[in-house]
Design a protein around this ligand. Sequence first.
Ligand SMILES: NC(=O)c1ccc[n+]([C@@H]2O[C@H](COP(=O)([O-])OP(=O)(O)OC[C@H]3O[C@@H](n4cnc5c(N)ncnc54)[C@H](OP(=O)(O)O)[C@@H]3O)[C@@H](O)[C@H]2O)c1
Length: 332
Amino acid sequence: MRAALFHAYGPADALTVQDVPDPVLTRPTDVHIAVHAAAINPIDWKIRAGSQRGALRLQLPYVGGLDVAGEVLQVGSDVSRFAVGDAVMGCPAWQRWGSYAEQCVVDEGLLTHKPAELTFEQAAALPLAGLTAWQCLLPRLAQQTGQRVLVQAGSGGVGHLAVQIAKHHGAWVATTCSERNHELVTSLGADQAIDYRSQRWWEELSDLDVVLDALGGEERTRALRAVKRGGRVASIVSGMPANTARYGPTLGVLATGLGIAGFWLQGRLRGVDASTVVKRTRPDQLAELAELVVQGAISVVIDRSFPLDEIAQAHAYGETGRIRGKVVIRCR
Ligand SMILES: NC(=O)c1ccc[n+]([C@@H]2O[C@H](COP(=O)([O-])OP(=O)(O)OC[C@H]3O[C@@H](n4cnc5c(N)ncnc54)[C@H](OP(=O)(O)O)[C@@H]3O)[C@@H](O)[C@H]2O)c1
């Protein structure tokens, strides 16, 4: 099969597309998938650049891709939820080769069925970003409607889904992005769009119930001050790339751990739930999200789609930090 891999950590052009052996089932719960589409996420280029290497011990060469949508080719002896020919979607584990390929093997516990109403590209764009948004906002938003929520970077992969998930749960939602994206986030339901280049959101917003922090650093500290007692700041940024660049891979992990603990403690002192959220793959939640897309409650915004052969361009485009919604890869 064709796959996009890197043999050494480096910039986007470290990725090459080449022929490699087809993957095989190695565990009874494995599902062998013909990949129709993958999506790119910032963690993909952080991994490729080597900034996660203190925490994620990878064997090179490595095939990335942590979102997948495709059709089942083969199942292991213990697989009970899927059969050959099923359309599936989910998140390959980082420990194995991922979805930047014509085929991949994923544990059945990381997959759900793709509803027929979703295209493979939509289905690939949803899992990692959607589950991250979901796990930051719920069950907090499920408790009551009318909560005041700030979603940072509401035009990005996680943010555009978070805005819609929060609205679906009856929240009042403010979001930050540059002005060119205000029309987009408003169309997704945001009640207030704030241009982070010309406005200081922390001077306009207070008494928030929940903040989804997608930026880290000072923004994360400001979020703690803007949330009311009993509220929640869910940060999805650990600071690992900056810490690795500054201290190297091993001490970078330690510095990141200390930063996460310090954030949590600052939250405790203020009576705020300050959590660093790392997405977990929950097929039940993914199925709920996919159903919301089917019902039209959530739109998956696809900024651009690239063929597998242009994976390096797709990474370089994503790394600009300017994408609207998701970037997907067509794998066949
Ligand atoms: N912990 C986890 O499990 C987890 C999961 C997913 C993602 N993440 C992390 O979360 C972060 C966001 O991920 P993503 O996939 O949403 O990224 P993304 O799609 O690349 O985000 C791009 C968006 O961010 C906006 N943006 C850039 N700088 C901004 C700023 N200073 N203030 C407000 N908006 C800004 C851009 O809007 P403009 O073009 O208008 O500037 C753009 O639309 C990344 O660091 C990623 O690694 C963590």
